[in-house]
Design a protein around this ligand. Structure first.
Ligand SMILES: [Zn+2]
Length: 59
């Protein structure tokens, strides 16, 4: 999976509105790609802190 594709998916992934399939793809990529993970961490900071906490707990 290309990084550009993942970057496109990150916003919906962070917002938690993507499908299970998409989540899996993004998660698997984040495991192996530090750059996208950093991007994801940055994006998470920009959404509500409360929501972010819930998302982390749910994992
Ligand atoms: Zn990547």
């Amino acid at each position: 999976m290309k990084c550009e594709v993942i970057r496109d998916l990150l916003p919906v992934y962070v917002e938690n509105v993507c499908s299970c399939e998409t989540r899996k793809i993004v998660e698997e990529h984040l495991e192996v790609c530090v750059q996208c993970r950093t991007e994801y961490e940055e994006m998470k900071k920009n959404i509500l802190p409360g929501k972010r906490y819930i998302m982390m707990k749910r994992r």
